[in-house]
Design a protein around this ligand. Structure first.
Ligand code: G3H
Length: 543
């Protein structure tokens, strides 16, 4: 079904129309949670989970597919989970934080080996819980496996460069990275597996103990992994909590026992969580937050390329990426051509169900999202913008047809708010100072895309922009990957830098053991090394 013909109810399938391999035959009622190396039964309240995908009933009505439920833990239980993580860390004396790196790597290798066997189930749940297309769900799973393997390689490399002594100014020293303590890891709904794992995995492998709270949307897909986590890591090293933030996150933070907060979500929630820690200077935060990445299309841009990249940038996973292009600045001289080409490309998109390989636009998982997006469109239209594409902005249940809005101005909400959905606001400009001013005045500072064939134009924009955002993309959309590249942001967009290797640094601290260079100390150190008496003081080389 094309975007220009939202035939309402027919968008959603009858149960019998769902391909057999993607059907959820029985609801998944998760009654267990992972605490201290045990899958403990929970008999308290639970959260029901409904898919953003509606099913046509035989009487013609629609209802959201019921997927199952998961525990809503009490404050008391969450504090028990905290104690398990604190005990497993044991002020750095625990089995895991003192374990040789080679052994921690073996645990992680076993985990990733077993995780691969759950691919089919996790991919299916990604589709049902958050409406991500099959292809993108597979990509998310595979990218996560690659991230874990890349992390293992990066840990080996980090250990190799630390496996020697330095002698400076009469002092012998060995410098390594040590864990920080108990990490709280929370990911977002749009990459519920991948982004959560980009903090959880490096935190674990560096010797921290972890409490993970899966995103509210995208929780059930963790269930197949719980037993694997239980089997592959010592008791208390990895634990899971579920429930509303105010009930479960506040007690964790206000205990003062969380050493690292790894959070990917909004800056507003990050600020609320951080403030709950009684000693903020003791808390290390690793945050991936909001963004409103602009594209700047200059008059000499290759318009076909710009349209292709802007389409991907604005609408991949319905625009629900922190790195999505959320405002397009197009030079007046090419605005008409650009809009014509983009509207034609939008017309060729297909709306439908995530398992259909022809589909790009799928149901939105956040409740009331289509209402919010409709409000943004109405506000822009009331203030003078036009809907350029046929049927743009049509909403039906959880589906929202992409809306190309032009001309957008700073009076409109969509100029400022992170829509996180399929709205494409286009702002015309005459002078490149206009988009630069937008970037300077913005609360966000993640990335920008610039489109031009002229090296002088590109160079003159790169130099000011690299001091405003953290990645300038030339003739391409904004994106996080490849995962070995640094991913961060300025202002309200991030705190700390993540990448396969940078993440190992943010979840650890440089620590050294030093001794004056005299005969007694040399003999003492030599004996420790030769007789392998310490895991820290060691010159073993990991192959
Ligand atoms: O939502 C933010 C993600 O980190 C974006 O990742 O640019 O690879 O889609 P991506």
């Amino acid at each position: 079904m094309m975007v220009h013909s939202i035939e309402q109810k027919k968008l959603f399938p009858l149960e019998s129309e769902i391909p057999a391999e993607f059907q959820i035959k029985e609801p998944i009622c998760q009654s267990e949670f992972l605490i201290n190396g045990q899958l403990r039964e929970w008999n308290g309240p639970t959260q029901e989970v409904f898919s953003p995908i509606y099913i046509q009933n035989t009487d013609g009505s629609l209802s959201k597919k019921y997927l199952g439920c998961y525990p809503l833990l009490s404050e008391e239980t969450v504090l028990e989970v905290l104690n398990a993580a604190v005990k497993a860390y044991d002020n750095g004396k625990g089995l895991w934080p003192t374990m040789p790196v080679t052994e921690r790597i073996q645990h992680m290798q076993e985990f990733v080996r077993r995780m691969k066997s759950e691919k089919e189930e996790i991919v299916k749940l990604l589709m049902w819980e958050i409406g991500k297309t099959y292809q993108d769900s597979v990509k998310e799973f595979d990218r996560t496996v690659d991230y874990i393997c890349g992390t293992i390689d990066a840990v080996k490399e980090l250990d190799r460069v630390s496996s020697r002594f330095l002698i400076e100014e009469g002092i012998i020293g060995q410098v390594r990275r040590s864990p920080m303590g108990v990490t709280l890891s929370m990911g977002p709904f749009n990459y519920p597996l991948n982004e959560t794992f980009t903090t959880l995995i490096p935190a674990l492998i560096m010797g921290n103990t972890v409490i993970c709270k899966p995103p509210k949307l995208g929780t059930l897909l963790y269930r197949p992994l719980l037993a694997i986590f239980k089997d592959c890591f010592p008791a208390g090293v990895i634990n899971f909590v579920y429930g509303r933030g105010s009930n479960i996150i506040s007690p964790l933070m206000s205990s003062g026992k969380i050493d690292v907060l790894a959070f990917i979500g909004t800056s507003k929630i990050a600020d609320t969580i951080k403030k709950q820690h009684p000693k903020p200077h003791r808390l290390r935060s690793v945050l991936g937050l909001d963004a409103k990445n602009p594209a700047i299309i200059l008059p000499d841009a290759d318009l076909d390329l710009a349209v292709k990249e802007c389409l991907l940038g604005t609408l991949s996973y319905n625009g629900q990426r922190c790195t999505a292009l959320k405002l397009l600045f197009v030079h007046q001289a090419v605005a008409e051509d650009f809009l014509t080409k983009l509207a034609a490309a939008l017309n060729d998109l297909t709306i439908g169900m995530p398992w259909d390989p022809k589909v790009q636009i799928t149901p939105l998982p956040e409740g009331d999202k289509t209402k919010y997006l409709s409000e943004l469109v109405s506000d822009a239209v009331n203030l003078g913008a036009k809907l350029i594409n046929e049927n743009g902005g049509t909403a039906f249940e959880s589906i929202f047809s992409p809306a190309l809005l032009y001309p957008v101005s700073e009076k409109m909400r969509v100029y400022h708010e992170e829509q996180f959905g399929p709205i494409i606001p286009v702002v015309p400009f005459d002078d490149v100072a206009t988009p630069i001013r937008y970037i300077e005045e913005s609360n966000y500072g993640q990335q920008v895309s610039i489109f031009s064939k002229n090296p002088n134009e590109i160079a003159s924009l790169v130099d000011p922009l690299v001091n405003q955002v953290s990645r300038v993309n030339i003739n391409s959309q904004c994106q996080r990957g490849p995962d070995i590249f640094p991913f961060t942001g300025r202002k309200d967009s991030a705190e700390g830098t993540l990448s396969v290797s940078d993440a190992l640094r943010v979840f650890s601290i440089r620590t050294l053991v030093a001794a004056k260079e005299n005969e007694n100390n040399k003999e003492l150190l030599a004996e420790i090394i030769q007789e392998r008496k310490s895991n820290f003081l060691s010159t073993d080389f990991i192959f």
